[in-house]
Design a protein around this ligand. Structure first.
Ligand SMILES: C[S@@+](CC[C@H](N)C(=O)[O-])C[C@H]1O[C@@H](n2cnc3c(N)ncnc32)[C@H](O)[C@@H]1O
Length: 252
């Protein structure tokens, strides 16, 4: 997946939504004030920043499989221990954390049940595992206009709507199969203002994630057609994007 990108490119494309989401997600996950917490799939640190603000850098650890994001994390959070690792194999001892969180990652895991089970392994008994994924399946994600436009131009376009965790109930099933208890799932929303169409569109050309990879694979004419199709739907701006995740938590 296209996450070997600069931290700034990620911030402009997805961080503009995942930054505001982080606070709502941590409220939902609900770790206690003195918790030791782990951020799985930290990217360049949208959720980590929120965890550091609440719990202090010494109580937060983070992992991501992307070397470029791990480098950015070392620069941005020199006091947080950050390691290059994926959810399937976490370099921590059993029961090490009070809470393990993963924001916008489950849909990129090769085996989500194994990933959540591994997150549960490093959580102490009774501690909280939580994850959230954009509602791509039912049109609630922040990239909905983009994917709708892409599909209008090419009905064969592969979007993100079939990925695990993107529909109501998916995360509950994954968490339950992973052995978590007291599983609770609900929607969480964010509202992001875009001052202009150009501010909204330009980050799609930076190659970040599946949408960035889609644009990167188009020739100049097809890119312009997609831009025009999006512009027709959104107008010049300003406009607001409302986005929804499905979020689940369970006890280890
Ligand atoms: C959409 S970004 C989310 C980043 C950050 N959590 C946020 O909310 O902005 C997805 C992240 O998941 C990471 N990732 C992909 N597969 C993963 C896996 N199997 N385990 C952990 N992280 C993974 C990517 O490298 C990327 O940083």
């Amino acid at each position: 997946m296209s996450f070997d990108v600069a931290g700034d490119a990620y911030d402009r494309f997805m961080g503009r939504y995942s930054g505001p989401l982080a606070s709502t997600f941590v409220d939902f996950a609900g770790p206690e004030a003195s918790a030791d917490v782990l951020d799985v799939g930290c990217g360049p640190g949208a959720l980590t920043a929120e965890l550091v603000a609440r719990f202090g850098a010494g109580s937060v650890r983070a992992v991501d499989p992307s070397p470029s994001f791990v480098r950015v994390m070392h620069e941005r959070f020199p006091e947080v221990a950050v390691e290059e690792a994926g959810a399937a194999s976490l370099p921590f001892t059993t029961g090490q954390f009070d809470a393990v969180l993963s924001q916008l990652v489950v849909h990129f895991m090769a085996d989500p049940v194994a990933g959540i089970a591994e997150m549960s392994r490093v959580t102490r008994p009774g501690g909280v595992v939580s994850a959230c994924v954009w509602d791509h399946a039912e049109g609630g994600g922040p990239l909905e206009t983009f994917w709708q436009a892409a599909r209008t131009l090419d009905p064969e376009t592969t979007t993100e709507d079939r990925l695990p965790g993107t529909r109501q109930g998916d995360l509950t099933e994954i968490f339950t199969q992973a052995g978590l208890e007291q599983v609770d799932e609900r929607p969480l929303t964010v509202r992001v203002s875009h001052p202009s169409f150009e501010e909204w569109w330009q980050p799609y050309t930076l190659g970040v994630g599946p949408a960035g990879a889609h644009v990167a694979a188009l020739d100049d004419g097809a890119t312009e057609a997609l831009r025009a199709e999006c512009l027709q739907r959104l107008g010049d701006g300003p406009f607001v994007v409302d986005a929804r995740v499905w979020a689940a938590r369970g006890r280890s």
